[in-house]
Design a protein around this ligand. Structure first.
Ligand code: BGC
Length: 417
């Protein structure tokens, strides 16, 4: 964030905030980037719950998967002294915003709601800045999924791959039968989403942590990372010509309507399948990305509260935070969103098998040490570093760069500030 804000802008921001807020005090303005079919259904539940508490929801939706556009808009709003009441921000970015002194804490709500005892530490820690709750978690998404259309596989006589070699073979069969093997949207965050699953599958969880959490230069330049790039090149071969710029949910539609066989995407994709009335295990399958069966890449969505010094804003933030953490919200939101509740005590009986598997794997991998943060979804390293690394992956995806050059570039990008 230091590279985003200038001190002067912050001073202006602080003084304008007080002036501008009294006018819109009763509203709870919530910035988010949930605009696809499944996402919109999910965020509507939050709106409903907040309005039931007598507050007025002011929708601040900025479309663009992965939230890059939303973050750009948010920064300009904060710099101009007009932050929203709450914004969808996650991972290490919460610390960066905290360091700028613009966040409000919701410790009272957290204490009253016993958040410390309800949230697993891996979730609670992300929500706190210097020991204080500044954010409320809505879910846990799993990223290392592969979404499969079983009908397409059947027609092509292919079986669902468990390794990257099997994946190549299955993709060839699908293509021979006239299908697109991989539905992909060529946007940098989507390229990076595929790549992190490949790195996890090729190198395993320990390697992933060394490379993508500790940013270990040796791991980043290793033959294992080269192999991951070679695997990405192989996957690239199985993407259709129209991939450039395609939104992730349109790629999911290709699997839903049987044009394509597979998609690598986090389980927000399941929200699209279920919004289209498709049944898991019947119309679509959720399977581990090849080689990643024993690991879990987590991506936690959360709402961060901004420092607005009016009683109405404080009430709105407390209401939003307590609504988010209520078992009823955690259940209904996640049933729609494709993710699992952030609270471990929410009953899973209404959830489908994909969510049940995710919930069980979340606990099991956390015990085994194979629960890893998603780098592509802002959970592992500061945004500036993740962004530089993401650019390398996208450049590789769209050129004939060899994997040796790619690992050198990736390692260099990991040193960016
Ligand atoms: C967010 C999800 C969202 C997805 C697509 C991810 O980074 O965590 O909530 O559905 O991007 O926009």
């Amino acid at each position: 964030m230091r590279n985003i804000f200038r001190k002067k802008a912050l001073v202006i921001a602080a003084s304008v905030t007080l002036l501008s807020l009294s006018a819109s005090a009763a509203e709870v303005e919530v910035l988010h980037y949930w605009t696809s079919g499944g996402e919109a259904r999910s965020v509507a539940e939050l709106k409903k719950m907040l309005e039931a508490k007598g507050d007025k929801w002011k929708d601040f939706a900025v479309s663009g998967g992965g939230g890059e556009n939303a973050m750009t808009v948010l920064k300009s709003r904060v710099v101009s002294g007009n932050p929203p009441t709450a914004a969808q921000i996650k991972g290490p970015s919460i610390q960066e915003w905290g360091a700028e002194g613009v966040l409000a804490n919701v410790d009272d709500t957290a204490k009253a709601g016993k958040w410390d005892s309800l949230l697993p530490p891996v979730v609670a820690n992300v929500m706190k800045y210097q020991g204080h709750y500044v954010a409320a978690p809505v879910n846990v998404h799993r990223v290392n999924w592969m979404w499969v259309n079983p009908e397409v596989f059947k027609k092509a006589g292919a079986s669902v791959p468990k390794t990257w070699d099997e994946f190549d073979a299955a993709a060839n069969k699908l293509e021979k039968a006239g299908f697109i093997a991989v539905a992909h949207g060529g946007q940098p965050w989507q390229d990076f989403t595929v790549f992190e699953s490949i790195v996890l599958g090729v190198g395993g969880a320990d390697f992933y942590k060394k490379a993508f959490v500790k940013l270990d230069q040796t791991a980043l330049k290793s033959p294992t990372m080269e192999k991951a790039f070679k695997t990405l090149r192989m996957v690239r071969k199985h993407v259709d010509k129209g991939f450039a710029g395609r939104d992730w949910n349109l790629a999911t539609q290709m699997v839903i309507n049987g044009k394509a066989g597979m998609q690598f995407m986090g389980d927000w994709a399941k929200g699209e399948f279920t919004a289209a009335n498709k049944k898991p295990g019947v119309d679509f399958l959720c399977v581990d990305a090849p080689g990643t069966a024993n690991a879990f890449t987590f991506n936690i969505d959360s709402f961060v509260m901004f420092n607005l010094n009016t009683p109405d804003a404080k009430k709105g933030q407390a209401d939003l935070a307590s609504a988010i953490m209520s078992p009823a919200f955690q259940e209904v939101f996640n049933l729609n969103k494709g993710s699992i509740p952030a609270r471990l005590d929410v009953k899973m009986d209404k959830f489908d098998d994909c969510a049940k598997k995710s919930a069980a794997d979340f606990v099991a991998t956390s015990k085994k040490g194979t629960l890893v943060p998603s780098i592509a979804h802002g959970m592992a390293v500061p945004a500036a570093i993740a962004g530089a690394m993401q650019d390398v992956v996208t450049e590789f995806f769209n050129s004939d760069m060899d994997s040796k050059a790619a690992v050198e570039k990736l390692a260099l990008a990991a040193k960016s500030k």
